[in-house]
Design a binder for this molecule. Structure first.
Ligand code: ZN
Ligand code: ZN
Length: 426
């Protein structure tokens, strides 16, 4: 036998995580899982079906998105066949809706999605999120807005977030928006010197964004700004009133908020759900609204679209800061304590047998004294520990310890599963 070969490191030090990315470690998984489990359960109750779309799509699909932000797509490929990492799920769903001709098959589809998205900010930071959302394509009445908001408030409420606020606005349609945008542009032209650099750019492109700016001076300039609700066309006005009446009907409290302006593809009702933590820090859990011109802009038939999108990281951060407590879904019933190599080998079969009888079994893996292992069993509130020492491994026996009382009894391997079942009342 020669000397073991020395491995030369490929890199001197493992590279750090790319800024803008995220790890979800076991201690955070409970918040992630709590949220995504509840999301899937409620989606099912409210009749939404899950749709997954690829991470990479034809870049042209995101043209709407590209016009929107100063952010950039993460792209690759030749000029005419460029593919991009999806920056948000909405467009992939719209493409799937068209590709699979759902507009011919169903009057309305209700979908939900849960998938990573990524894009690059103007200063070169690659942002990655785990995005979730609900999306409806087809006919949407104002009641659909109300039902979606109701579902979302239920979702957050049932996961344990209570200090929520619903911010609602209406930003009109292609008919009434240009008029309001003109009025707004004229209004802000007189206040040009109060606006930040970003807002000065928005003044020409989309002055609605000035309303959303958090800069103090821009905020002050926007205080007296005209209100969109006064400029809505009749159908938009009727739609908005019906949405607000529906919210009143369900007793859902909302704030009318001009600062919520949605995305450039947003039409009519736009809304945000926010969470305020104990330190009074506000987190926007997501944003929703209509994208009624999206399907047409992709070459499809006139189709209404209503959805809400947020990031799981933000929801999980809110749950963490709200100190929501979770009980583990599967409570461990039996704890295996093998001591030594032979015992470890024997416990492997026992472990499998217990699981095959639907007994939730956990095992301490790695070195550790029997004392440490039993402490672990105690802290995880397990009622039964099965100890296999070297002697027991040789004799084909197992020590059954009643963890709360500390009483121990010896059983043969053949009898042990039956005994455990008896004690668990199975
Ligand atoms: Zn309108
Ligand atoms: Zn500004």
């Amino acid at each position: 036998m020669g000397r073991p070969k020395k491995i030369t490191p490929i890199v001197e030090k493992a590279p750090a995580k790319v800024p803008g990315g995220f790890d979800v470690l076991p201690e955070q998984q409970q918040f992630f899982a709590c949220f995504t489990d509840k999301l899937a359960a409620l989606a099912h109750t409210f009749g939404y079906y899950k749709v997954d779309t690829p991470l990479l799509e034809d870049s042209r699909l995101f043209r709407f998105w590209q016009e929107t932000f100063k952010h950039k797509l993460i792209e690759t490929g030749e000029d005419k066949s460029r593919i991009a990492f999806k920056p948000t799920n909405l467009f992939g769903l719209a493409r799937a809706y068209l590709d699979h001709r759902y507009f011919e098959k169903e009057r309305t589809v209700k979908w939900f999605s849960l998938s990573p998205v990524a894009y690059e900010t103007s200063d070169g930071l690659i942002l990655q999120h785990f995005e979730w959302g609900f999306q409806i394509f087809g006919e949407t009445s104002p009641i659909a807005d109300v039902q979606l908001i109701n579902l979302l408030l239920k979702l957050f409420g049932e996961t344990g977030l209570h200090t929520l606020s619903l911010e609602v606005n209406n930003i009109g349609c292609l008919e009434c928006r240009p008029l309001f945008v003109d009025v707004l542009r004229n209004f802000f032209k007189d206040k040009k010197y109060d606006l930040c650099e970003n807002c000065l750019e928005h003044l020409e492109i989309n002055p609605l964004n000035i309303l959303a700016c958090d800069n103090l001076s821009c905020n002050a300039a926007a205080a007296e700004a005209p209100v969109f609700v006064d400029y809505l066309c009749e159908p938009c006005r009727r739609h908005f009133i019906a949405v607000l009446e529906g919210l009143d009907e369900l007793g859902l409290v909302y704030n009318l908020n001009q600062k919520v302006v949605g995305f450039p593809w947003s039409r009519k009702t736009v809304f945000q759900i926010r969470f305020r933590n104990a330190e009074n820090v506000e987190l926007v859990l997501g944003q929703g609204g209509h994208a009624d011109d999206l399907i047409v802009s992709l070459g499809g038939p006139p189709t209404q679209a209503l959805g809400f999108w947020g990031n799981v990281e933000t929801a999980a951060a809110a749950l963490e800061s709200a100190q929501v407590k979770f009980t583990h879904k599967t409570k461990v019933e039996v704890f295996l304590v093998p001591l030594g190599d032979l015992a470890a080998k024997k416990s492997l079969r026992l472990f499998t047998e217990l699981w095959s009888q639907n007994i939730v079994t956990s095992e301490f893996i790695g070195p550790g004294s029997i004392k440490t292992q039993l402490k672990l069993a105690e802290s995880s509130k397990v009622s039964i520990a099965l100890i296999i020492g070297q002697k027991e491994a040789r004799d084909g026996t197992v020590i059954l310890r009643d963890v709360p009382s500390g009483m121990q009894e010896l059983f043969t391997v053949e009898r042990i599963v039956e005994e455990v079942k008896k004690r668990l009342g199975r």
